[in-house]
Design a protein around this ligand. Sequence first.
Ligand SMILES: [Zn+2]
Length: 141
Amino acid sequence: MSNSIHGFQIDDIDGCEFVKSSNIGSLMISLHQDDESFYTGEIHVVYPDASHTTITKEEAQMLIDSGEWMVLLQEEPMKKIYRTYADTEVTMLSTEVKCPYCGNEWFEEDKNDCGNTYTLRCDDEFDNGCGKEFEMHFDAS
Ligand SMILES: [Zn+2]
């Protein structure tokens, strides 16, 4: 499985993680919180039928280390910005864009077909971009 995280450490749980279990299917795990939102130090496991349980971190780590659980890599959905002719220098046909991740601004040429979505990269060639990709949707207004 190419999109699972090798060597996942249970303390690396970020919010919740999706797990593929070799015998149960898809699970969701998170740090367990009690009724008053205190972390109990245990792991909250939600099963495909929405039933749930808590196990210790050691038990969870053993399931991961043994390969019974594979923690899946979560791809963040790509961010998207919207631009129109009002943002475009018509004589140059360059559209001013701004990276939704880091705020870096620059001009893109010939990316102004109405109704089109372009995938752009916040370039780091001048050391001021973050290298992330995002979508830009262009429309007349
Ligand atoms: Zn950026």
